[in-house]
Design a protein. Structure first.
Ligand SMILES: Cc1cc2nc3c(=O)[nH]c(=O)nc-3n(C[C@H](O)[C@H](O)[C@H](O)COP(=O)(O)OP(=O)(O)OC[C@H]3O[C@@H](n4cnc5c(N)ncnc54)[C@H](O)[C@@H]3O)c2cc1C
Length: 441
């Protein structure tokens, strides 16, 4: 059994951020990052569909400790390279164990045992950086008669080397993924049909824009609060700005209920105007041998169907958690500051913002974790366990993937300001670690 101070699970943005802050604050601490995949980057290693890129500006999506030097919107492969460069620059990469999947975590005798498919670890702390998605099972709607369809079906999360050239392609879905991939698919395909139940909110980003982290932080947050306080007028403003929207083509949800999709230099809107593209605002009824039948009876002929239908949310990577021989159901816990769970000692977990940069939250949570560890070290404490607080509450965001998984989520009634980076920044930095909600022993 390997004994170390901290086990970090996952080598995406959260895992790298955690490692950076642990190294900075505790140079003598021993840690390992356990990663199921054969490379780092998490989302940016897995997502390889055409056109994959960030939706958030890279001024806020990049790390503060290694600012992004490229254009305002990062392409998928460039973000992956940036994450790798960061891991190498700060000597983090050597601490990653690849191809190693954590299967269970059990807490006994004031320490964690982390079981993996290769070797097991004992540590005082575990920090889960497993992202928000089920890596194996994305959201894949099952329509009738799938076995009759003779074309190829691919989900964007499982993109391999799917050929697009000269194909009749249907893209199902209207969110960020559909918006970013459409221009890239249109370039190669013979014909593209976009099948959308309801459009997404899309904003255009000028690819040449130069800015700063501070400016982008305030701009996004002011935009967000404006859209909350003046819902109707804000919606009207967006609809008036983009001719893409009209009386029948308006998103079914409020602006900023989820991160708006990003059109880069109007590429999405331009691609819609080409004679290769048709948009169908309809639900799917069933598969046909040569295509997809819509609920209005129309059949869309296609030899490749791309499911841009999103993800299934998953907290803590679906890992079994056992505390003193009792299996924990996350749904029975409360989510302490969106970084710990009641009744689970010495386990921290990251989740980012979905209406602001994910990385920004990973950084403030990492700093708070370090402050907690410093406090415990100073006071000679061994365990920290949040108490159960409050009742079930509504999610802060109403993205479909969150609503689909509410029965797996902890309640978030205790101080989890998902929508407010500035407030969380101040709270995480300046409030007492021993705030009465965490039991320290
Ligand atoms: C296409 C796309 C575009 C996005 N664009 C943006 C954007 O512009 N801005 C933004 O803020 N957010 C964006 N996001 C959200 C994105 O997921 C986060 O920004 C961020 O990359 C998540 O990082 P993470 O480290 O928390 O999780 P992930 O990147 O998901 O990494 C989790 C890691 O944990 C590993 N893991 C999981 N379970 C286990 C296990 N049991 N054992 C070992 N390892 C395990 C996984 O293999 C993975 O490497 C986007 C998401 C997608 C899918």
């Amino acid at each position: 059994m390997n004994k170390i101070d901290v086990v970090i699970i996952g080598s995406g943005i959260a895992g790298l951020t955690t490692a950076y802050y642990l190294q900075k604050n505790f140079p003598d601490l021993t840690y390992k990052i356990i990663e199921a995949r054969n490379d780092l980057g998490g989302t940016w290693d897995q997502m390889r569909f055409p056109g994959v890129r960030s939706d958030t500006d890279m001024y806020t999506y990049g790390f503060t400790f290694n600012p992004w030097q490229g254009p305002i919107i990062g392409q998928g492969k460039d973000i992956k390279k940036y994450l790798n460069d960061t891991a190498v620059k700060f000597n983090i990469r050597d601490n990653i164990l690849f191809d190693t999947k954590v299967t269970s975590l059990s807490w006994n005798n004031d320490q964690w045992t982390t079981k993996t498919n290769r070797q097991d670890f004992i540590s005082q702390y575990v920090i889960c950086c497993t992202g928000s998605r089920d890596y194996k099972y994305p959201n894949f709607p099952k329509f009738k008669d799938e076995d009759k369809y003779q074309g190829e079906i691919v989900h964007t999360q499982d993109w391999q080397n799917t050929a697009i050239k000269d194909k009749n392609v249907a893209i199902i879905g209207s969110g960020c993924t559909a918006v970013t991939m459409t221009p890239a698919v249109v370039k190669e395909a013979k014909k593209v049909t976009l099948i959308q139940r309801s459009p997404a909110w899309i904003i255009n980003v000028d690819g040449q824009e130069k800015s700063t982290r501070l400016y982008k932080t305030f701009e996004t947050l002011i935009d967000y609060f404006h859209s909350r306080l003046f819902k109707k007028s804000y919606k009207k403003k967006i609809i008036a700005k983009y001719p893409y929207y009209n009386d029948t083509n308006v998103p079914a949800y409020d602006f900023w209920n989820q991160r708006p999709a990003c059109s880069l230099d109007h590429d999405y809107f331009i691609s819609l105007k080409t004679n290769k593209v048709t948009v169908e605002h309809q639900e799917v009824s069933n598969w046909e041998p040569h295509g997809i039948k819509l609920k209005n009876g129309k059949v869309i002929e296609c030899d490749l169907t791309i499911m841009a239908t999103g993800l299934n949310a998953q907290i803590l990577g679906g890992i079994d958690i056992v505390v003193n021989d009792k299996t924990i159901r996350l749904n029975d816990t409360s989510w302490y500051r969106g970084m710990m769970f009641s009744g689970i000692p010495n386990l921290f977990a990251h989740t980012g913002y979905i209406n602001f940069s994910w990385t920004a939250r990973c950084e403030i949570v990492s700093e708070r974790i370090c402050r907690t560890l410093q406090y415990m070290h100073k006071k000679n404490l061994t365990t920290c366990t949040p108490k159960y607080v409050g009742k079930k509450s509504k999610p802060a965001i109403e993205a479909n993937y969150v609503l689909r998984s509410m029965d797996k989520f902890p309640n978030r009634s205790y101080k989890f300001y998902n929508a407010n980076y500035i407030l969380e920044y101040l709270i995480f930095k300046f409030t007492r670690i021993n705030d009465g909600v965490v039991d320290f022993k």
